[in-house]
Design a protein around this ligand. Structure first.
Ligand SMILES: [Fe+2]
Ligand SMILES: [Fe+2]
Length: 296
């Protein structure tokens, strides 16, 4: 891409950042545990127990109307047994990643609620797809979905003027953020996100998927990027979009071909968006990340 002197580059944005946002310790720890095939549910329980705020949030979620348990659960081990190991791991990651966003200003948080819904729905759909395809690492798919647009948060925080201009332009043209950002920046939210994902030691596949999540035409057999492309599209086409991302619903069929799933699955995944959105809203509520901005 041609770079002009007046457009911000990734290098310049990275220079503006004194300290890179760190992935909360607990999320890093859980990510490492997930990489270890010998991880047991007890290992994860031990991590949660050491974090009282996280334990409280998990219990609140288990006891929420969503899970419809007949009795109140106050024991963490039991909560984990009831929800299942896979679900617990995703909740811990979601809740710990939400901690990053507690530092945002009130204005930034307004955009953030939409951002969260979009990211969490994309993550949930990616996990469903990974399970449907019989992939061995559904959590990798979940994490990739959760963080795929994190470059936008960096732009919002460190290239605020440009971020605002991109959102405005996208809204004026009823176009997507991704399709107009090149007019204002000499980088993209995907490139910035991949850079952060690398700093956070995410897997090579996750970094690649984040970097290419708007470029389905370049896919050959890349399953994780294709999963992300579809999940991102599905969320957006049902109105679960980031601020300023009112993209026309163009879908590059190539991504679905790479997944090799039957057409029924396409419709089933589309139908799953609403249920993923309910879970996303509940997690946000329990985390307190949506309210803490009222103070600051
Ligand atoms: Fe994106
Ligand atoms: Fe997205």
């Amino acid at each position: 891409m041609a770079q002009t002197d007046d457009k911000l580059t990734l290098k310049e944005i990275s220079r503006r950042i004194d300290a890179l946002p760190t992935l909360p310790e607990i999320a890093t720890f859980v990510l490492n545990l997930l990489e270890d095939p010998n991880t047991s549910s007890q290992d994860v329980t031990n991590v949660i127990i050491r974090d009282s705020s996280l334990s409280g949030q998990i219990l609140k979620l288990v006891n929420s109307a969503y899970f419809g348990l007949p009795q109140k659960v106050s024991d963490l081990n039991r909560a984990i047994a009831l929800l299942g190991f896979g679900r617990i791991k995703n909740l811990v990651l979601s809740l710990s990643i939400l901690r990053i966003f507690k530092t945002l200003s009130k204005k930034q948080r307004e955009d953030f609620t939409k951002f969260w819904q979009h990211s969490a729905v994309t993550a949930g759909l990616m996990k469903r797809l990974a399970l449907r395809m019989g992939r061995s690492e559904p959590e990798q798919a979940f994490v990739t979905g959760l963080l795929h647009d994190v470059g936008k948060i960096i732009l919002l925080g460190y290239a605020t003027k440009e971020y605002t201009a991109i959102v405005k332009l996208a809204q004026e043209r009823s176009a997507s953020f991704a399709s107009v950002e090149g007019e204002i920046l000499a980088t993209t939210h995907a490139e910035v996100g991949a850079w952060l994902a690398k700093a956070w030691n995410l897997s090579r596949e996750s970094i690649e998927a984040i970097a290419t999540h708007h470029q389905a035409s370049t896919y050959q057999n890349e399953v994780l990027p294709a999963t992300l492309y579809f999940a991102n599209f599905a969320a957006r086409s049902k109105g679960v979009a980031c601020a300023g991302s009112c993209e026309p619903h163009h879908f590059d069929e190539k991504a679905w071909e790479v997944l090799g799933l039957p057409q029924e699955d396409y419709f089933e995944m589309m139908a799953a968006v609403d249920s993923e959105r309910s879970i996303a809203d509940m997690i946000l509520q329990v985390s307190g990340a949506s309210e803490s901005g009222a103070k600051g």
